[in-house]
Design a protein around this ligand. Structure first.
Ligand SMILES: [Ca+2]
Length: 386
């Protein structure tokens, strides 16, 4: 669903051009067309059961008029009642109540699954606009650390988004939905800014690992310059920052990925490859990309002390990394036995609940210093809205 250019790279979605508000009115009529009479019947039935104001237009189409608060519930019900394929082949366009679609509205016709994703993505925009997000930090420790004697090396920033009631939205859902509603670029940029901002406000020590999804970048020199400038402005040195490239198993455009890495490298930042070992691509990438760090996927670490196959794989990974001068971080350590095993195999750093869960850090600088930090990062805020 993402817009792709000829290289298959995501194009920036212009929030200002495609605000979700344009789809809704005081009372909105959704003009729905379904590919099958069966799908039509299911939606007609749920309209009847829930007392929605609905008028059939044909055996395949229906006009449903809803108040704003009803829209969310209606779309969730439709989503739950018809098959994904039917959803993809259904069409929808909206008008204000009492108006039929005109020729001008044809450009707004979209498939029902995109419409629903766009709708759900609305709260992401809302959360970003209203600053309902922050970063939490999980420690990365030297491999010689034990549960009771932690030698801190770095922190990984983890992005947290809250709904209007203040409940945390599950992080996997945030990025999944951001991608489906074409908001990955903005969300990833806001998350990078938040990682730096919250770390500066709480005066976090040591290196800072910041997650970064390469598919959210279409032009490294433009997108990353803003991030790099903001980091410098706030007083961080590039060598304090390590960008963790996530979702690498999905990176099909190696030249694009290398371009991004080269930019970070030239600017003096460190680069890590995340989740190595979760797919075959990880190993090939190691040689091609030559990162400073690799993070071994938590699936490989889980119960590694009881699994000789996992031990063999991790042993190999660490050998390859060592030969290339790459430092190894083992993620997802929960048990002391897991820590012992990856330490024996030669991991350099460890991360996981055994050494600390992701936690929010309270600001430790004055209110005016916080304001200064926020304003030096404002170029990033602006960029996220472009
Ligand atoms: Ca990560």
């Amino acid at each position: 669903m993402a817009n792709k250019d000829e290289r298959g790279v995501s194009i920036v979605w212009c929030i200002d051009c495609e605000r979700i508000d344009d789809l809704y009115f005081e009372r909105t009529t959704l003009w729905l067309y379904f590919p099958t009479e069966d799908a039509f019947a299911k939606v007609a039935q749920l309209c009847g059961q829930n007392g929605y104001y609905a008028m059939p237009e044909s055996a395949h189409s229906i006009a449903v008029t809803l108040d704003k608060p009803q829209i969310d519930k209606f779309l969730t019900q439709v989503y739950g009642s018809i098959k994904p394929q039917e959803l993809a082949h259904s069409r929808v366009v909206t008008t204000s109540e009492g108006h039929r679609p005109e020729a001008l509205d044809f450009g707004k016709v979209m498939s029902l699954d995109v419409f629903i994703n766009r709708h759900k993505g609305g709260w992401i925009i809302d959360a970003i606009d209203n600053d309902r997000f922050e970063s939490w930090y999980q420690p990365i420790v030297h491999a010689s650390s034990t549960k009771d004697n932690i030698k801190s090396f770095a922190h990984e920033a983890l992005f947290r988004v809250y709904d209007a009631q203040g409940s945390m939205i599950p992080p996997a859902m945030v990025f999944g939905l951001a991608e489906q509603s074409n908001l990955l670029f903005s969300v990833d940029l806001v998350a990078r800014r938040s990682a730096v901002e919250c770390a500066a406000k709480s005066q976090l020590n040591g290196k800072l690992f910041i997650n970064f999804n390469p598919s959210s970048i279409y032009d490294p020199s433009y997108c990353l310059r803003t991030t790099a400038a903001a980091i410098a402005e706030i007083g961080y040195k590039p060598q304090d920052i390590v960008f963790e490239i996530t979702e690498t198993h999905r990176a099909t455009d190696m030249a694009h990925l290398k371009g991004i890495l080269a930019f970070y490298r030239n600017a003096g930042f460190g680069v890590a490859l995340d989740d190595i070992g979760s797919g075959w691509s990880g190993l090939n990438m190691l040689n091609e990309v030559q990162p400073d760090y690799v993070k071994i996927d938590m699936d490989l670490v889980r119960n590694i002390h009881q699994d000789s196959l996992k031990q063999t794989i991790v042993d190999h990974l660490i050998q390859i990394a060592r030969q290339a001068g790459i430092k190894v971080i083992a993620e997802g350590i929960e048990e002391p036995e897991e820590a012992d095993m990856v330490r024996q195999l030669g991991a350099d750093y460890l991360q996981g609940y055994l050494f600390g869960k992701p936690q929010r850090r309270a600001p430790s600088v004055s209110g005016s210093q916080q304001d200064t930090i926020s304003s030096s990062l404002s170029p990033l805020k602006k960029a996220a809205r472009q």
